[in-house]
Design a protein around this ligand. Structure first.
Ligand SMILES: [Zn+2]
Length: 219
C-alpha cells in the first residue's frame, strides 16, 4: 500500500467510533489479515447477530482456557496427555518429530503412522532468532534418554524427523540428528515424497504415507 492510500485509510479508520476501530486494530494483528480484511471482518461481526458474536467470543475464550500442551509430546489437548499419547494401541517406541501441531494433524489423516509424536513448536531459524532453546528440543532428548519421560514409560528405539523440507527444516533436522547421536537411538528422516520447499500440512495423504514408509536413516 503506498503512503497516500495508507494515510487516507488510517484517517478513515480513526473516524470510526472507538470500539469499531479497536476491533479493526485487534483483527489486523492476526497473521495474514491486513487492515482492509480486518475492516471487512469487523463489519461482518457488526452486521451479524448477537448470538454469532457470542459464539465467536466463546470459541476464542475456550481455546485459551481449555487447550494446553500434552506434557509428553506438546501436542494440543484438553487433558494432561493428548489423544495420541493416551492411545494404548500406539507404538510409543517410535517418535515422529514435527514442527507444529498442524503437521501432526496432517500426518494423522494418513493413518499410516502408528507411533507417537514430539512437537517442536517451531524450527530453528537463526534469521528469526529462533534457537533450540525456544523449542522443545531438551524435552525430546530427555524422552530418548529416559524411558520414564516417554509415553507410557516406554524406551524410544527410533526417532523419525518429520521436519518440513525447507532450508530451516533441514537445518533443524541436522541439529536434532547431532543432538541425539550420543543417545544411540536410531534416527531416520521422512522420505522425500514431501516436495522440496513444500509443507507437510499441504502435502497429499498418499504422498505423506509413502514418505513415512520410505523414511531413510540419518547421519
Ligand atoms: Zn502427547
Amino acid at each position: 500500500m503506498d503512503r497516500k492510500r495508507s494515510s487516507s485509510f488510517e484517517s478513515a479508520r480513526s473516524a470510526y467510533p472507538e470500539p469499531v476501530s479497536r476491533l479493526i486494530a485487534e483483527l489486523s494483528r492476526l497473521p495474514g489479515v491486513g487492515p482492509r480484511s480486518a475492516e471487512r471482518l469487523a463489519f461482518h461481526i457488526l452486521k451479524g447477530s448477537d448470538d454469532e458474536a457470542a459464539a465467536l467470543r466463546a470459541a476464542i475464550g475456550d481455546v485459551k482456557k481449555l487447550i494446553r500442551h500434552c506434557r509428553v509430546c506438546f501436542n494440543l489437548c484438553q487433558d494432561a496427555l493428548c489423544a495420541v499419547c493416551e492411545d494404548e494401541r500406539r507404538d510409543a517406541s517410535v517418535v515422529m518429530v514435527v514442527e507444529q501441531p498442524k503437521d501432526l494433524i496432517a500426518l494423522e489423516t494418513t493413518g499410516a503412522f502408528r507411533g507417537v509424536y514430539h512437537v517442536l513448536m517451531g524450527r530453528i531459524d537463526p534469521i528469526d532468532g529462533v534457537g533450540p532453546e525456544e523449542l522443545t528440543v531438551s524435552s525430546l532428548v530427555d524422552r530418548v534418554e529416559q524411558a520414564s519421560q516417554n509415553t507410557r514409560g516406554e524406551a524410544v528405539r527410533e526417532v523419525i524427523l518429520g521436519m518440513n523440507p525447507t532450508l530451516e527444516g533441514d537445518g533443524t533436522a541436522l541439529f536434532l540428528a547431532d543432538a541425539l547421536k550420543a543417545t544411540g537411538v536410531s534416527v531416520t528422516r521422512l522420505a522425500r515424497g514431501v516436495p522440496v520447499g513444500g509443507q507437510i500440512e499441504l502435502t497429499g495423504r498418499a504422498v505423506l504415507a509413502d514418505a513415512i514408509v520410505g523414511r531413510t536413516a540419518m547421519g
